[in-house]
Design a protein around this ligand. Structure first.
Ligand code: IPD
Length: 276
């Protein structure tokens, strides 16, 4: 119920602020970097420390809740979404940016239950941008209500694409093909390096479309509710319903724009989360 959701939100918000402090301190310092699936898929000691802080804090407050975390999954934990309340955590989204001290990086925490997004918190601690949303209660940036641009016209749309963290030749080819297709049709294209912040930018009205193949549940779990509560659409890249575990996302300022972009995209299907 709503009192329970409020309690979940308050506990998570406090922990995300603490996590932000860790990221804010660490971005100025030398980082210890390891690679994961390939040599551009990075993890630092800060990703691990922040995930530990968040999971320990949330598990203490909500012992029956489940967790999906980027670094726990990398360490071998199972990545399954059930109907149970599940916290889905990206301790540092935009790790490559963090490693380069580029201030477009965030902590992302989503609470899902009944396979629905209930709470989303996305915090860029470097620029002090706190995006939050609770289902049915709107989306906010630093306490102010935010809304999507409502843009419907592709020729006027600013699109956020991503290169992603896979160098699989088929994936790379899909990325480049989609840039070639969209560049002459859109107003502009950007690749900023954080899926969660990109989606928050659609919620804010600063971007009109975000699409990516190869993201994971933790990249979109919080942003999905932030975008929806800001009046945007979150879909599968082919235009069908969004599936958190399928590793494809298309989000836009209007259904018309989403469907037009979906129709133009060359599709790619990575191995879904949970099957890896
Ligand atoms: C990455 C970022 C990036 C996206 C990658 C993600 P991470 O998340 O969101 O923008 O292109 O697909 O893996 O690894 O920095 O948490």
């Amino acid at each position: 119920d709503s009192a329970e959701i409020e309690q979940c939100f308050e506990v998570a918000l406090g922990l995300v602020k603490e996590a932000g402090q860790v990221v804010r301190e660490a971005i100025k310092k030398q980082k210890t970097i390891e690679t994961k699936s390939c040599n551009v898929d990075l993890v630092t000691e800060s990703d691990k420390a922040v995930e530990k802080l968040l999971i320990e804090g949330l598990a203490k407050a909500f012992p029956s809740h489940k967790f999906i975390g980027e670094e726990s999954t990398a360490a071998g934990a199972k990545c399954v979404l059930t109907h149970d309340p599940t916290w889905i955590i990206d301790p540092i989204d935009g790790t490559m940016n963090f490693v380069h001290s580029l201030p477009y990086t965030c902590v992302s925490v989503g609470l899902w239950a009944g396979k629905e997004a209930l709470v989303g918190i996305i915090f860029n601690p470097i620029l002090d941008q706190m995006f939050i949303a609770k289902k049915g209660q709107g989306a906010y940036l630093n306490g102010e209500r935010i809304r999507v641009s409502g843009q419907k016209d592709l020729s006027q749309a600013l699109i956020f694409a991503e290169m992603g963290t896979s160098r699989d030749p088929e994936k790379v080819k899909t990325v480049l093909t989609n840039l070639t297709t969209l560049m002459p049709r859109a107003h502009g294209i950007r690749a900023m390096g954080s899926c969660a912040l990109n989606m928050a930018m659609v919620a804010l009205g600063g971007a009109d479309v975000v699409f990516e193949f190869g993201i994971h549940a933790w990249d979109t779990a919080a942003a999905a509710v932030v975008v929806a509560e800001a009046g945007g659409v979150v879909l599968d890249t082919a235009g069908g319903p969004f599936d958190l575990m399928r590793r494809r996302v298309l989000c836009a300022s209007s259904p018309e724009l989403a469907q037009e972009v979906a129709g133009l995209l060359t599709q790619y299907q990575p191995t879904p989360d949970g099957d890896l």
